[in-house]
Design a protein around this ligand. Structure first.
Ligand SMILES: CC(C)(COP(=O)(O)OP(=O)(O)OC[C@H]1O[C@@H](n2cnc3c(N)ncnc32)[C@H](O)[C@@H]1OP(=O)(O)O)[C@@H](O)C(=O)NCCC(=O)NCCS
Length: 471
């Protein structure tokens, strides 16, 4: 990738890592930092001009290159397979799954700094990677942790705005309300009102984005404690990293839950640009709405059952299986239950995907976590049975393009194991994680001066006439 300048040091480590990777040609990403610079902002400041030049060159030299044909099916089918967005922080391959700045999930687990030896990656490290394209050092990650802590104070009016909602409001409604209430502090909006030039848009976007990422776990934890723990709020603990502190504020302090939260936030952060939440954030921000407005909109998309809410649906569905068939159900009973779900016109939550065509690597790493930490958990064993039972049934249906499990099929049983049993809350965890990916890209959107989104829409009549003419 031209993105990175070559680095000569640490070549031993590099060649070891290259050997570990089975991805020969795609190891171009691997650039280990030699810089001792701990400041993310100044790193970005250095990177942005070269990326602006790169985009300019791409436009001027290749602007007219065709990327494929748009069919009527694509227009009617939710724009599947239509390349139409620039999204720098991650790329999804249908067979292989997500890569964050070129790194697969197992590679992130190996390369990103962890809280302990061979532990799960720290989400701050992923944030650094998404923003700079470089694997950070532990020192850089610690500095970023501190910076996020220093930005984490949430103004009181945000809690009051949430308190104005009934406690029975869905946790995602409460989270999105809180994020929208955070907007009054937007540095981007203030700077825009003062007439900031376009070339500087990225700076207040960076300020808003880091503050939002820092504050959203506090808001998320407030929602949880308000709904499920009689409003007994647990203050943040500045000695903890981002994932562990979030877990702590929710009320879960076991070392395993801290590890799970680090992994959870890391793998849910970003999934390229076309999914509903990422695309919504990007679209809204393209109108120069600030990161708070854009991310609140993204959360509303994440709250839909075909997207982020599926993690809630999965645990509720799994519990309904146990209620009907008991914990020690046979595979035959399980098959019958899956068919019953399908015949009642519902989807099997946690299976299928708009882009992926194999088991989601985000599912696999959660499965590995479960095999390591909770192999005997009865619900984990049920999830494993579903992995065997559901794909052949969905294949038999004949219309499902991807019968394999996605990220949401697994997360609930892990959280449930450590005591976070309230399934209705699960999408909030997903939302907190997504702030990292969506805001990272928003900073680059402004740094690269990406355009207002305005695709063309047509009517059925227009399509009918067009097809008649071209027949
Ligand atoms: C994720 C999802 C929305 C992708 O939708 P998609 O891109 O339209 O998927 P497909 O092209 O494979 O869909 C073709 C058909 O199979 C159905 N299908 C797909 N996944 C299914 C599932 N898990 N259970 C039952 N039917 C499913 C679709 O509903 C569609 O049916 P239709 O033609 O009658 O409308 C879909 O797989 C789904 O609803 N999964 C369950 C919800 C879920 O887990 N969401 C989280 C995604 S990360």
């Amino acid at each position: 990738m031209v993105f990175f300048r070559s680095v000569s040091a640490l070549s031993k480590l590099r060649s070891r890592l290259v050997q570990q990777s089975s991805l020969n040609s795609s190891v171009r990403w691997l650039q280990i930092q030699t810089s001792s610079d701990l400041d993310l902002h100044s790193q970005l400041k250095e990177l942005i001009p070269e990326q602006q030049e790169r985009l300019k060159k791409l436009k001027s030299e290749h602007g007219k290159v065709q990327l494929g044909n748009i069919t009527v099916d694509m227009v009617l089918g939710g724009m599947r397979g239509m390349t139409g967005l620039l999204w720098e922080t991650s790329l999804l391959d249908p067979e292989e799954g997500i890569r964050f700045r070129g790194l697969s999930i197992p590679e992130c687990q190996k390369l990103l700094p962890a809280a302990k030896h061979a532990g799960e990656p720290l989400p701050e490290g992923l944030l650094w990677l998404l923003l700079t394209g470089k694997v950070p050092t532990k020192g850089q990650v610690d500095a970023l942790s501190k910076e996020l802590q220093s930005r984490a104070a949430v103004p009181d009016h945000v809690f009051k705005a949430i308190d104005a909602l009934p406690v029975s409001a869905h946790p995602m409604t409460q989270l999105a309300t809180g994020v929208l209430a955070l907007q009054v502090q937007s540095e981007f909006q203030k700077a825009y009102d003062k007439g900031i030039p376009k070339s500087k848009y990225w700076e207040p976007t960076y300020e808003d984005s880091l503050s939002l990422i820092a504050q959203v776990p506090v808001v998320g934890a407030y929602v949880y404690r308000r709904i499920y723990k009689n409003g007994q709020i647990i203050p943040k603990d500045d000695s903890l990293d981002y994932g562990a502190n979030f877990s702590h504020m929710l009320g879960f302090d076991s070392p395993e839950m801290h590890e799970l939260m680090r992994l959870y936030v890391t793998i849910h952060s970003d999934h390229e640009g076309g999914n509903v939440s990422a695309h919504t954030g990007h679209l809204v921000a393209s109108a120069l709405s600030d990161p708070y407005l854009s991310f609140a909109a993204a959360l509303n998309g994440l709250a839909g059952p075909l997207h982020g809410l599926a993690n809630q649906e999965v645990l509720l569905w799994i519990k309904s299986v146990v209620d009907e068939c008991g914990e020690n159900m046979t595979k035959e009973q399980l098959k019958d239950y899956v068919w019953k779900t399908l015949k009642s016109g519902k989807v099997v939550p946690g299976f299928g995907h708009g882009v992926l065509r194999k088991t989601d690597p985000r599912y696999m790493c959660q499965r590995e976590f479960a095999l390591k930490h909770l192999p005997d958990d009865p619900l984990f064993q049920l999830v494993s049975k579903l992995y065997e039972v559901v794909p052949p049934i969905l294949t038999e249906l004949g219309k499902v393009k991807n019968p394999w499990p996605n990220v949401d099929a697994h997360s609930g049983v892990l959280l449930n194991h450590y005591g976070l049993t309230e399934a209705r809350y699960y999408t909030v965890l997903f939302g907190v994680s997504r702030s990292i990916g969506i805001c990272s890209q928003l900073i680059w959107d402004r740094a690269l001066g990406l355009a207002l989104e305005r695709p063309k829409s047509v009517t059925m009549e227009w399509l009918e006439n067009y097809c008649k003419k071209s027949a």
